[in-house]
Ligand binder design. Sequence first.
Ligand code: HEM
Ligand SMILES: [Cu+2]
Length: 566
Amino acid sequence: MTQSNLAFKNVSSDLDIQLDPKDAKLSFVHIVVAFFAFLLGVLGGLLQGLARGGIIELPSWLTYYQILTAHGVLLALVFTTYIIFGFFFAGMSKTHGAFSDRLRKSGWIGFILTTIGTAMAATMILANEASVLYTFYAPLQAHYIFYIGLTLFIVGTWISGVSIMIHYFKWKKQHRGEPTPLFGFMATATIILWIVAGLGVAATVLGQMLPWALGMTDEINVLLSRTLFWYFGHPLVYFWIMPAYMVWYLVVPKVIGGRLFSGSLARLAFVLFLLFSIPVGFHHQLMEAGISEFWKYIQTVLTFVVVVPSLLTAFSIFATFEQTGREKGGKGVFSWLKKLPWNDVRFFAPFMGMLFFIPAGAGGLINASFQLNAVIHNTLWVVGHFHLTVGTTVVLTFLGMAFWLIPVVTGRKLTKSMNRSGMVTTWMWSIGMFLMSGAMHILGLFGAPRRTGYTTYQDAPQALEWFQGIFVSHTTVAVGGTILTAAGILMFYNFVYLAWFAPKGHTEFPMTPPPTDTPHTPAILENWKLWIGIAVVLILFAYTIPIYDMINNAPPGSPGFNNIIK
Ligand code: HEM
Ligand SMILES: [Cu+2]
């Protein structure tokens, strides 16, 4: 056996132990917060769907924008972030060994700060003092406590993220010359992305919004703050999708009884995500005045480069499926598909997520194309789009993950009946989302705007049409939303059962054995300084001149608007 073969033998035997119980606890608290946020967020979604469809009328003490803010924040920011860190802490402990007491402690500090921040922001949203939507665009102005909460949230996640990275780099140092475990590599790429992206949001919140909300400045440069937001907002979607891809790359191959097809390809994809998902925020600002076409064009080109690692991912995953199906005796062009474990929620939920990613990705190409963006901008199409991407692809992957991750960290069993319940949840979520998101896409093409409560625009004929179709209708949105909410409540029940009531016992933490090309991983892929360096150069290239312009030729500043939506 060669040296490197020996090395990865060690890695794989490490994989057989369950988690250090203290690490499991840190992971578990994250999952608990995630699912409470999930439940509240989903109920908010139901109210929105019903209110927009004219099926219910909201009471006077609860505004549409208050709910919409809570829904976006709880699901897109809180649920995702917590479940991702729950996954990271557990996965790092599994693949790199237990955290040291010091690192675990900083993980807890990160968790506590993030949670205090969440509570502060959530309180202000509930009090209708921060109905600024989850994008918190100026000139909508929130109570300063909301901005302080946001800052603590970000700083808390940085502390947790750094703890995870240190754990990874310690392993790397102790195993010089060996390829690092894929889990740590991918988690580290994701966290670097998150920290670099977070600098943008920190800059606008601390440098612009907080002084403005505190009354220290009267006006805000709206163009600059929106730009800094989207500098963060696009990588944010990669912060959701990369951990979901980790489940696809590392967990699903094991669940189907195989091993990942190629580790080098997986690492390359993650490096490309890190490089190309940050300098592209302008594709959310294609309709924005004050940014020249040239820079929009540059960032659009970079946006289309990110398609490459997504296609690499699709290739890797399906190659893994085929390889495994064939090893199990599947023959012919497609009959290996029958060998996949279709009744196992740990496979089926992420698989449905992958399936939904095909139309979702196609829609994304439309959004990123300048001329087509003009058609769908700020319509319900966009809402349909991100309910497919984050609301289905990412969420179904995480829900599928929860079925093994929760019992792993609580020392319980994933029972047959829970698996069945998970299958029902997955089907209901898929059907509900197909109806809701499908209708949203088409309504958007017919001109229905996003971010409005119920309105017929003084009975304008065009607006009335949005209530009359069979598929093209706000009613379909409401029906789909109701099915989705039922799925969400069922999922919350699954979570409670797996967390506190399932029988004690052993559940496997599924983790692919190292791919066969692991000993040949090109060393350059592990050269983090190089990748961070290139990422910074690309960011400086794409943003320096436009941001310099926004400051030097600033548009007239805006006072805060904090009463119009009450
Ligand atoms: C029961 C499930 C869900 C229902 C019924 C639902 C429904 C809705 C509706 C009707 C809107 C508002 C459209 C508008 O007025 O523009 C919306 C917005 C939104 N949803 Fe959902 N949704 C659900 C799940 C999710 C999930 C799982 C996520 C993310 C993980 C998510 C993220 C968002 C975001 C980010 C917005 C935009 C908020 C804004 O415009 O500021 N939703 N949702
Ligand atoms: Cu984007």
